[in-house]
Design a protein around this ligand. Structure first.
Ligand SMILES: Cc1cc2nc3c(=O)[nH]c(=O)nc-3n(C[C@H](O)[C@H](O)[C@H](O)COP(=O)(O)OP(=O)(O)OC[C@H]3O[C@@H](n4cnc5c(N)ncnc54)[C@H](O)[C@@H]3O)c2cc1C
Length: 355
């Protein structure tokens, strides 16, 4: 069986981002890479959105940029600007196509459906398949989004809605998220932060229909695309192995308080690429301990007081939007952290340290 210098397990966001980074930086001229990916074909399956706080390789896969957004709770809306860090949506279909076209040109890169097809004994492995044990105590971000089209102009495509808490909460944390791509099309997503042990909040179709027709007051539309998923708001467990690095969700690249992962994956890929020649002795890349600690406290409050979360999120965005965006994107300094912390209900958060 054939041997390879590097193996990437999982040709999804993290696996392909890393392969692309290595390829464009000419790290695969004299090295061989096997990508293990079971899917038969690549098609659009996700929309990755984030504030652009760092450069990445996929500006040409961006569906839309926004410089304004809103956050709202019942009877109160906060209008915010994000000119310094525009919010971007990457179309996964364009992303897969761009990367696969690039990788095809290098004979040192091969795709396989199963790792058993190759000899992996002496390779360095980058693994993006998380091992997630079922645990009913774990918190997840569950969501379902539809892209809709209207015949007449309906949306203001200059401004997106990050969080609309004006919806039923069912003793959990629930909001809608709307990304208007044009005056006649938008992605509308229902999102739950929940353990979802009984699936009782998965009546997504009726939630979305009700939101579009009652909250947005839109009757004539057609659904053109649908995506559904769940992001773990906990770190997958893994054993440390000398010749293996976990990447993507499996590598702890999700910011647990938000679910944002895409840009962290891009930064991790650049880090690996810069250190590839000495990868065995390179320290682990991770979301800084400061954010791990703050997110842990935040999620404890969320679990204990779901009813308080709409107000807590709303208050957070009372800070300067630039500060909140930097905080949520792991780029804030000490003073910016403090200004966010001071907006939080202090007693609730202090108590959470001892739950
Ligand atoms: C629907 C959806 C929308 C999201 N939206 C956002 C967003 O807007 N912003 C953001 O920052 N994050 C978002 N995320 C979170 C995160 O960015 C994505 O989950 C991202 O795809 C994670 O990349 P990954 O490579 O870790 O996982 P994936 O992209 O899921 O890649 C894993 C790959 O492994 C393959 N695989 C599975 N089993 C095996 C196996 N046994 N052997 C080999 N390969 C295998 C899969 O086919 C897949 O291609 C979203 C997640 C989902 C599910």
């Amino acid at each position: 069986m054939k041997e390879f210098d590097y193996i990437i397990i999982g040709g999804g966001c993290a696996g392909l981002s890393l392969a692309y980074e290595l390829e464009i930086n000419e790290k695969l001229k004299d090295k061989t890479l096997a990508i293990i990916e079971p899917r038969d074909e690549y098609k659009r399956d996700k929309t990755w959105s984030f504030w652009k706080v760092a450069n990445h390789n996929f500006d040409d896969c961006v569906k839309k940029n926004w410089e304004n957004f809103t956050v709202n709770i019942k009877k109160n809306t906060n209008h915010l600007q994000c000119t310094s860090y525009p919010y971007q949506s990457v179309d996964s279909g364009l992303f897969y196509e761009k990367i696969n076209n690039k990788l095809k040109g290098n004979k040192n890169i091969s795709f396989f459906k199963n790792i058993n097809e190759i000899n992996s004994k002496n390779s360095f492995v980058f693994n993006s398949v998380p091992s997630i044990k079922k645990d009913h105590r774990n918190l997840w971000q569950y969501f379902c989004g539809v892209e809709i089209e209207t015949q007449k102009s309906f949306f203001d495509d200059k401004i997106f809605n990050l969080m609309d808490f004006d919806c039923e909460q069912r003793e959990s944390v629930h909001f809608f998220y709307t990304l208007p791509y044009s005056e006649t099309s938008a992605l509308i997503e229902t999102t739950w932060l929940s353990r979802m042990n009984d699936g009782s909040k998965k009546d997504y179709d009726s939630q979305i229909k009700d939101y579009i027709e009652t909250n947005l007051k839109l009757k004539n539309y057609k659904i053109t695309y649908k995506e559904e998923g769940a992001i773990p708001l906990f770190y997958p467990t893994y054993e440390i192995e000398k010749n293996k690095i976990n990447i993507g969700t499996a590598g702890g690249m999700t910011r647990l308080s938000t679910g944002y992962t895409f840009l962290n994956i891009q930064e991790h890929s650049k880090f690996i690429c810069n250190n590839i020649e000495n990868i065995l002795n390179t320290k682990k890349f991770e979301i800084s301990k400061k954010y791990q600690f703050l997110d842990d406290v935040f999620l404890r409050v969320l679990e204990k007081h779901p009813d308080k979360m709409p107000d807590i999120f709303f208050k957070m965005f009372k800070c300067s939007p630039k500060t909140v965006i930097k905080f949520l994107s792991n780029k804030s300094n000490f003073f910016e952290d403090l200004s966010i912390i001071f907006k939080m209900p202090k007693i609730t958060f202090i108590k959470a340290l001892f739950y």
